[in-house]
Ligand binder design. Structure first.
Ligand code: MG
Length: 170
């Protein structure tokens, strides 16, 4: 009896935190969010996309964002993190990984992210070439507690599931 080849599945998790500073555009999940301050960082500081990238790299066994895009490399200075996610997408494709789903949490007390959650979903799904429904975005406040609660930082947590199509053998 010939056994059907099975798809391989891997999950990955990613977290990130960035300091809130004046004079930077606030980029979250690839979307510009109007706010008087933004996130510090070597790149555009997009904490949401960085968590997603680390989840994808974790699931595919490709290390972490700091190894792929070191902050000592001038190529990544002020780079749009959407470009980083796109590079990761190409790496996943090379290794035949498909993204099954992504669940992203953005931790921020301000601004209210409800109005941009849909945009973030569409942005991430579009960059990865996956269905809109395969990306979920949640926003959580920190109830005024800690660095996030006092508006000094924003953080993000992401989880993903990847699937590798079985190789057809005759
Ligand atoms: Mg980061």
């Amino acid at each position: 009896m010939i056994e059907e080849p099975k798809a391989e599945y891997r999950s990955g998790i990613g977290t990130d935190v960035h300091r809130i500073v004046e004079g930077r555009k606030l980029m979250l999940g690839g979307v510009y969010v109007p706010y008087p301050a933004g996130l510090a960082g070597h790149s555009d500081g997009d904490v949401g996309l960085h968590a997603v990238i680390d989840a994808l790299l974790g699931a595919s066994g490709m290390g972490d964002i700091g190894t792929l895009f070191p902050d000592t490399d001038p190529r990544w200075k002020n780079i749009d993190s959407k470009e980083l996610l796109y590079i990761v997408k190409e790496q996943l494709e090379k290794k035949q990984w498909e993204v099954v789903n992504i669940d992203l949490i953005i931790h921020a007390d301000k601004p209210k992210l409800e109005p941009v959650k849909g945009q973030i979903k569409r942005c991430i799904a579009g960059l990865l070439g996956i269905d809109f429904t395969a990306v979920n975005v949640k926003a959580k406040t920190n109830e005024g507690l800690g660095d996030i609660g006092t508006g000094e930082a924003m953080a993000a947590t992401a989880i993903t599931l990847l699937r590798k199509k079985p190789k057809r053998t005759l």
